[in-house]
Write a protein that binds this ligand. Structure first.
Ligand code: NAP
Length: 253
């Protein structure tokens, strides 16, 4: 029956940056579908651990600074050693820096590109090698943005990074589909998290944004729960290299 295809029982998902915001909601959603969770965070994901374990799922917390790539292989080794296998990767951790392009610093460029693109690529590479060794495919879900499609303003490194995420999603899907690995992305619209706190505090920008969203509200982290389970599950086995907007209709305008 079709709803069985959405089940993640017996699966293990790595979710980066899941102590808060979208990552927390997505980790809990995957656990609600039956999945064990490996959390990779720099801040302790205490509430997420509690919610996942209350669902009867295992929760392994690995501490790491994802602006660096030197620990990625040992993180994966620890995940496999502890959980036995890995089936799903959600590349969620991401940062944003806001400044006029004429004043934008090299540090704000590098910091954003390191977390949002470089680590996303090299962690995906580690996980894909594991998927190939396991021989039964896997799912990689990248977190893109409206700025994978649009230019944005005062966020040059973020726009560059999220445009790269959509491109890499297609590129990796092309290379890895033959191994049964699905690489897709979710592009959240304007969601109420730490990432958009500054925007929401700016009354003028906040009103401009809200008035352009056909759904008439900011998104909530819970809005990503169904889409992430779909892309992590066998229900989406023939979807490759696609970026699904979860945006209340923003891109349809
Ligand atoms: P958030 O609340 O700021 O969460 C970002 C997560 O990434 C946090 O867990 C954060 O950890 C983690 N992170 C950042 N840098 C890290 C590093 N160097 N090492 C380890 N973890 C790191 O923002 P969010 O809105 O949930 O964002 C999640 C993803 O969605 C991001 O990729 C973001 O770009 C994307 N997104 C968000 C929106 C939106 O409207 N909110 C829209 C489009 C895309 P700490 O808590 O320790 O900082």
């Amino acid at each position: 029956m079709i709803l069985n295809d959405f089940s993640l029982h017996g699966k293990v998902a790595i979710v980066t940056g899941c102590n808060t915001g979208l990552g927390k909601s997505m980790a809990v959603a995957l656990a609600q579908a039956g999945c064990d969770i490996v959390a990779i965070n720099r801040s302790a994901p205490l509430e997420t651990a509690e919610e996942v374990q209350a669902l009867g799922c295992r929760f392994l917390s690995l501490k790491a600074d994802l602006s660096r790539q030197d620990e990625l292989s040992s993180l994966l080794e620890r995940a496999v050693k502890e959980m036995g296998h890995v089936d799903i990767l959600v590349n969620n951790a991401g940062i944003i820096r806001r400044e006029d392009a004429v004043n934008f610093s090299e540090k704000d460029w590098n910091d954003v590109m390191d977390v949002n693109v470089k680590t996303l690529f090299f962690l995906s590479q580690q996980v894909a090698r594991q998927f190939i060794a396991q021989g039964r495919g896997g799912k990689i879900i990248n977190i893109a943005s409206m700025l994978s499609y649009q230019g944005g303003i005062r966020v040059p490194s973020y726009t560059a990074s999220k445009s790269a995420v959509m491109g890499l999603t297609r590129e990796l899907a092309n290379e890895w589909a033959k191994y049964g690995i699905n690489v897709n992305a979710l592009a959240p619209g304007y969601i109420a998290t730490n990432n958009t706190e500054q925007l929401r505090k700016d009354e003028v920008r906040s009103e401009e944004i809200l008035s352009r969203i056909p759904a008439g509200r900011w998104g909530q982290p819970q809005d990503l729960m169904g889409p992430v389970v779909f892309l992590a599950s066998p229900a989406s086995d023939y979807i490759n290299g696609y970026t699904l907007a979860v945006d209340g209709g923003w891109l349809a305008r």
